[in-house]
Write a protein that binds this ligand. Structure first.
Ligand code: HEC
Length: 174
């Protein structure tokens, strides 16, 4: 190999090296850009996901609240339906003489007014009379006689019917 040829080869190799170096530098920059972009996209996706999760959570909360309200409404409807059912009303016909058509009379001039008492309270008291465990004014025996033949569902129907007196009273107050 003569001297000239050698120089030529060296130059060729040198330029080749520069090109390769430039290309790999370019590649390196691209890779860095790519990584940055990946990080950005990942961040964006994570933020979006977090927001979406929040949305879903509040949506769930909303529908839970709605379901609760709906259930509450249904229960009220059932109570009203039961209270206005003929059973409660028919059974109450036996109570009118002492407690009044709207439950506002003091029975035999002594009892507490039953209109406005909660269903729970009414049920508890009627069950207590039935069991002979209640006598507030000394006239409890009258109530025991009335309550003894009542079944549990009849007591419930009566209490629900008496509860409508309270609702009527509230309506009047409006
Ligand atoms: C003969 C009259 C009489 C009749 C009929 C009667 N009650 Fe009474 N009731 C009373 C008296 C008297 C008391 C008070 C008893 C006591 O001292 O605990 C009373 C008490 C009650 C109480 C408890 C009030 C309170 O807060 O202390 C309820 C509830 C009640 N009656 C519901 C009824 C229902 C429902 C009927 C019909 C199924 C009925 N009563 C029929 C006389 C009557």
């Amino acid at each position: 190999m003569n001297y000239r040829r050698y120089i030529l080869w060296m130059m060729l190799a040198g330029s080749l090296c520069t090109e390769v170096f430039a290309a790999s530098l370019d590649n390196l920059q691209k890779t860095e850009e790519g990584s940055k972009k990946t990080i950005e996209v990942t961040k964006e996706a994570a933020t979006k996901l977090a927001e979406e999760t929040k949305d879903v959570a509040s949506e769930l909360k909303k529908s839970a609240v709605e379901a609760l309200q709906e259930a509450h409404e249904k229960v009220s409807q059932i109570v009203v339906a039961e209270s206005t059912s003929p059973t409660g009303e028919a059974l109450y016909s036996k109570c009118i003489a002492c407690h009044g058509v709207d439950g506002t009379k003091h029975a035999l001039g002594k009892s507490a007014v039953i209109a406005g008492q909660s269903i729970d309270m009414l049920v508890g008291k009627l069950k207590a009379y039935k069991a002979g465990r209640r006598n507030v004014t000394g006239l409890g025996a009258f109530m025991q006689k009335v309550a003894t033949p009542l079944s549990e569902s009849e007591i419930l129907a009566l209490a629900a019917y008496i509860d409508t007196f309270k609702q009527q009273k509230e309506k009047k107050d409006d």
